[in-house]
Design a binder for this molecule. Structure first.
Ligand SMILES: *[C@@H]1O[C@H](CO)[C@@H](O)[C@H](O)[C@H]1NC(C)=O
Ligand SMILES: *[C@@H]1O[C@H](CO)[C@@H](O)[C@H](O)[C@H]1NC(C)=O
Ligand SMILES: *[C@@H]1O[C@H](CO)[C@@H](O)[C@H](O)[C@H]1NC(C)=O
Ligand SMILES: *[C@@H]1O[C@H](CO)[C@@H](O)[C@H](O)[C@H]1NC(C)=O
Ligand SMILES: *[C@@H]1O[C@H](CO)[C@@H](O)[C@H](O)[C@H]1NC(C)=O
Ligand SMILES: *[C@@H]1O[C@H](CO)[C@@H](O)[C@H](O)[C@H]1NC(C)=O
Length: 307
């Protein structure tokens, strides 16, 4: 039986200053967060179509599947576009928020560009961008980063478990690499999936912005509770302290976005790094549905807590 799809938003309490669960996106509340954009090689489909096509559904264990079409062929069809899904939160993420995503599987594969991220809106990067899950093709490590106007830096003076590879968050530095922190092989792609997935937590408060990644066996027991407490989670994977980036200045209210792009500029630009043995260029693999067999999120929940 096909069950109703939703992203249920949960509201709870946490942290030194008590936070309330605002939303629990799990099970059947998910489909309200969806966008339509059929302007490119990828077609971000509308909610009715996405559910009809089973690009968005609740699976037998109650997790939400968000996926790229891996059942239609575009071989020999020059105008083919591949259907996928982009979901946007209606309620913005503001300072004093904690966002948690627990997933069993994340999309990977040549041409595949998954992202769980936040965008402050028009005139990018005026109101900032936060990338919590992002990489492309057959990359093996997740990367966290902020993208801003000039003046927001990561700090080398704070302890993190990830590897800070660029301190400047300014979008014009290093071709918009962002202040990037690279994580381990269990944080992305097939390594993430074979290890049972894991959870990401993003905390935005007076200290700045912190992100934790937990492998499945290391997920803190309070993460899925109504009272998650980041003070007990140890050193964050990435940390952008307010001492080197005034996050209230460089970031406006953020729209939370979950999407799977196909041959976007990032996947195209990084093609040679992991996929040149598969095909000469990204668009070559789009017609072949089997390319997208791993291009899906399986999500237990996304929760948003706020003050
Ligand atoms: C794109 O998605 C829409 C649903 O949002 C669908 O009606 C349309 O047929 C799709 N376009 C193509 C070219 O498949
Ligand atoms: C080619 O692809 C387009 C877009 O995906 C689709 O609308 C059209 O029906 C396809 N044509 C054929 C002949 O399959
Ligand atoms: C970083 O960790 C080291 C070792 O645990 C500790 O001595 C140091 O005080 C920490 N630094 C900061 C800024 O928290
Ligand atoms: C940085 O953002 C500005 C303002 O939107 C834009 O003009 C510029 O092209 C961006 N630079 C890069 C490398 O993305
Ligand atoms: C959110 O929903 C998930 C899935 O039903 C559940 O495991 C989790 O405990 C819920 N979180 C809260 C804070 O209620
Ligand atoms: C699409 O991918 C899913 C998940 O990997 C797989 O179970 C399914 O068999 C694939 N569909 C087709 C038509 O190959």
């Amino acid at each position: 039986m096909l069950r109703a799809v939703a992203f249920s938003l949960v509201v709870g309490s946490a942290v030194a200053q008590q936070m309330q669960l605002a939303t629990n996106y799990s099970g059947s509340a998910l489909c309200v967060l969806i966008n339509t954009d059929n302007s490119r090689v990828v077609n971000f489909t509308d909610p009715v179509f996405a559910q009809q096509q089973q690009l968005l559904y609740v699976n037998q264990v109650g997790n939400v599947i968000v996926k790229v079409d891996n059942f239609t062929s575009g071989v020999g069809n020059a105008s083919y576009v591949r259907n996928s899904v982009q979901m946007l939160s209606k309620n913005p993420i503001t300072p004093g928020s904690l966002v948690i995503m627990d997933a069993i599987h994340m999309p990977f594969g040549c041409a595949v560009w998954p992202a769980f991220w936040m965008n402050g809106g028009p005139n990018w990067p005026l109101h900032g961008e936060v990338d919590i899950v992002e990489n492309v093709n057959l990359a093996t490590t997740n990367a966290y980063s902020l993208h801003t106007e000039d003046g927001c830096m990561a700090s080398t003076e704070v302890n993190i478990t990830g590897n800070l590879v660029n301190t400047d968050c300014f979008n014009a530095t290093k071709f918009d690499e962002g202040c990037k922190v690279v994580d381990t092989d269990l944080s992305y792609g097939s390594g993430f999936a074979t290890n049972g997935g894991g959870a990401f937590a993003f905390l935005w408060n007076d200290d700045g912005m912190k992100i934790w990644f937990f492998t499945r066996s290391a997920v803190p027991s309070d993460l899925s509770s109504a009272n998650p407490n980041p003070a007990g989670w140890g050193t964050p994977t990435a940390f952008y302290p307010s001492s080197t980036c005034d996050t209230t200045k460089f970031f406006g209210p953020q729209t939370m976005i979950l999407e799977i792009d196909v041959c976007g500029n990032f996947a195209v630009d990084d093609w040679a790094q992991t996929c040149s043995a598969v095909a000469a260029q990204c668009t070559d693999v789009v017609p072949n549905p089997a390319t997208f067999d791993d291009a899906y999120f399986e999500i237990k929940y996304i929760t948003v807590f706020s003050k």
